[in-house]
Design a protein around this ligand. Structure first.
Ligand SMILES: NC(=O)c1ccc[n+]([C@@H]2O[C@H](COP(=O)([O-])OP(=O)(O)OC[C@H]3O[C@@H](n4cnc5c(N)ncnc54)[C@H](OP(=O)(O)O)[C@@H]3O)[C@@H](O)[C@H]2O)c1
Length: 299
């Protein structure tokens, strides 16, 4: 029998990657974007009642990290209020929720990669709103898989990767901080993980519920990631070769504080779900190769 998986946030990087992912034949993904404002409880419940999905994947979020400092209500409305709406709607039809969260729930002071049981202590408004969303969903007690990830990139506009490539093509200065650790995560690797979880959910059941980390490995500095993008993009003819200047976070004061250490330990997701994130250099290569191929086709 076929199952419906409702994907919210149709135009997010992750949902766009989900649209390109290979779903099993017995799952029908149904994508919903801005036409349903997920902050409106009635709309969300109406949608879920009419579709009766077995799983709801929430990729929608307020993701403007710096802007959230001056727009906390907007960040909380999307990252907390809307998540509660989704959880309540899931409860009504007995659906499971796969929800995405972030390394920004941590303060970044740990000297090792974070595990799921480490205490959250978000420092930014974005991090606080995402932590409120996680906690609110957990309190509802609906079947849920919360996937915390880090620095999601993709071939789609607005992603960090595209922002770097635009600067590289324009020969604008490029720099990256060496004292901030991230786990660069390919939207398509994350999408494949979501599909695998949605497929296995009926089999794995409650043993698979809870919080999991899923992010590219091993952890790297922002500088290492940007330098790798620039080098490989030049090799593939996507942009001219360019030097990337190493710098430090203190030189880049931003409205929102970022965790110094955003490394996520992904052992649990492998143990429970049998899923291992790709090494980020491998996933980055695949993403840039896709872009080079598309550029050749378009030319
Ligand atoms: N990007 C990262 O580096 C990163 C890192 C860690 C975790 N995450 C998490 O991963 C998830 C996906 O991130 P992403 O980068 O793929 O997201 P994204 O590309 O920034 O897209 C977020 C989407 O959510 C939509 N949205 C926001 N508020 C909405 C509302 N009230 N109703 C309906 N749609 C709404 C946005 O629409 P508009 O564009 O019209 O506002 C946008 O299409 C999020 O939960 C994010 O917190 C992301």
């Amino acid at each position: 029998m076929s199952r419906t998986v409702l994907v919210l946030g149709k135009d997010s990087q992750v949902a766009r990657a989900l649209r390109d992912a290979a779903w099993p034949a017995d799952i029908k993904p149904f994508y919903v974007g801005r036409e349903i404002n997920i902050e409106n409880q009635e709309l969300v419940i109406g949608l879920v009642r009419s579709l009766r999905p077995s799983t709801i994947v929430n990729t929608a979020a307020y993701t403007a990290v710096d802007k959230a400092e001056s727009e906390p209500e907007a960040a909380f409305a999307a990252n907390f209020g809307a998540v509660i709406n989704i959880g309540k709607a899931a409860g009504i039809v007995g659906a499971a929720v796969i929800h995405l969260s972030t390394d920004y729930v941590f303060d970044g002071t740990r000297d090792a990669p974070y595990v799921e049981t480490d205490a959250a202590n978000p420092r930014s408004m974005y991090g606080r709103s995402k932590w409120a969303g996680e906690s609110g969903l957990a309190a509802l007690g609906v079947p849920q898989i919360i996937l915390r990830t880090s620095t999601v990139y993709s071939q789609f506009e607005r992603s960090l990767l595209q922002r770097v490539l635009v600067r590289q093509r324009l020969r604008h200065d490029l720099s990256g901080v060496t004292d901030r650790v991230i786990c660069p995560t390919s939207a398509s690797d994350l999408a494949n993980a979501i599909v695998a979880i949605a497929e296995a959910l009926p089999r794995v059941g409650a043993a698979g519920h809870g919080v999991f980390h899923f992010a590219g490995q091993p952890p790297a500095s922002v500088f290492e990631f940007i330098a790798a993008v620039v080098e490989r993009a030049a090799q593939l003819g996507l942009a001219p070769a360019q030097w990337v200047r190493p710098t430090v976070a203190a030189d880049w004061p931003a409205p929102a504080p970022r965790p110094r250490n955003g490394a996520l330990d992904c052992t649990k997701v492998e143990q429970v779900w049998g899923i291992r994130p790709l090494p980020w250099r491998v996933a980055l290569d695949a993403c840039l190769l896709r872009m080079a191929k598309q550029a050749t086709v378009a030319a």
